[in-house]
Design a protein around this ligand. Structure first.
Ligand code: AMP
Ligand code: ZN
Ligand code: FE
Ligand code: FE
Length: 290
């Protein structure tokens, strides 16, 4: 049983449509795949139809942009009711911040002599519900300014680089509570990846607010970090997940199934989702079982 709980489609900054992503997940030998686009549930419908067709179990999720102090923290949410008004409003605020940022980034690029228009970026974003810096990166590749998304982030788009613009993200504790109130479960994405995220003390506090798990096996975590996180998950009775964070062609070395979640861990996660759904009274969207 192979389980991958973190993937992106073209509804955010992945390069495959939700249907293609789900088919590729099946071809990659996965039995269960979660679709977790940034800050939106817009991929769910299409992914669900494709999952039914190929016979893979789909778990509907999203990766929420949150903030802890000044640090950006990604929170995976599984099976929340996205129509729960407080969650829907908070996600709309994040998406608005993403949209407003595109012209601001372009203005900064132009101020540094890079001629890139908002339209160039929108064209690359297509009909993505969540626009992001990766779409700016793609437009920079088209314009011949950089050769890869990686280079675009390193040269222009990362914090401290010339075209960086901050945007709104939901306070982390509020996001954990919102997901629980929406009948879902949350898992900290790559908690100690590119930047060292919440401390063990902060994670313990989040567990008290309903945080269900930690993404332990992730490409941004070297082996010693994985060991440390697995130990912490154990101590705090949190679910330990492993996932690819696949972005299609948008991220190298993140192939579908390159990290996986143990079946017992998924079972614990779904059990907690069931508990959250009963406690909140929100209907958890049904799972598709082949
Ligand atoms: P944004 O959503 O606009 O804040 O952009 C952040 C997203 O860009 C992350 O969630 C990743 O999916 C992607 N990303 C961040 N750094 C890189 C990188 N160096 N190369 C490719 N994609 C990246
Ligand atoms: Zn992404
Ligand atoms: Fe992330
Ligand atoms: Fe991700």
């Amino acid at each position: 049983m192979r389980i991958d709980l973190h993937t992106h489609s073209s509804v955010s900054d992945g390069t495959d449509t939700p249907a293609v992503l789900v088919r590729r997940a099946h071809e990659a030998g996965l039995d269960v795949v979660a679709i977790t686009d940034h800050d939106t549930a817009d991929s769910w419908g299409e992914a669900e139809v494709a999952a039914g067709e190929v016979g893979i179990t789909l778990i509907r999720g999203m990766e929420i942009s949150t903030r802890l102090g000044r640090a950006s923290v990604h929170l995976l949410a599984y099976l929340p009711d996205p129509t729960y008004p407080p969650l829907a409003r908070a996600l709309a605020d994040v998406l608005e911040g993403r949209n407003d940022r595109v012209p601001a980034i372009c203005a900064k690029l132009r101020a540094h002599g890079v001629e890139l228009t908002e339209d160039d970026v929108r064209r690359r974003a297509g009909d993505a519900a969540a626009t992001g810096r990766p779409h700016v990166a793609d437009a920079l590749i088209d314009a011949g300014v950089v050769a890869s998304r990686e280079e675009a982030f390193a040269a222009w788009l990362n914090p401290g680089r010339p075209a960086y613009i901050d945007r709104y993200a939901i306070p982390l504790e509020e996001a954990v509570s919102l997901v629980a109130a929406a009948g879902g479960v949350s898992v900290l994405a790559h908690p100690w990846g590119r930047s060292r995220g919440p401390t063990p003390e902060q994670i313990a506090r989040l567990a008290g607010l309903g945080l269900a798990g930690l993404e332990v096996d992730h490409q941004d975590h070297p082996a010693p970090v994985r060991d440390e996180l697995r130990g912490l998950a154990d101590d705090l009775d949190l679910v330990a997940t492993g996932s690819s964070d696949h972005h299609g062609l948008g991220k190298v070395d993140h192939d579908l199934g390159c990290n996986t979640t143990a079946p017992e861990e998924l079972e614990r996660l779904l059990h907690r989702a069931g508990d959250a759904a009963s406690a909140s009274g929100r209907t958890t969207p049904a799972l598709l079982v082949p």
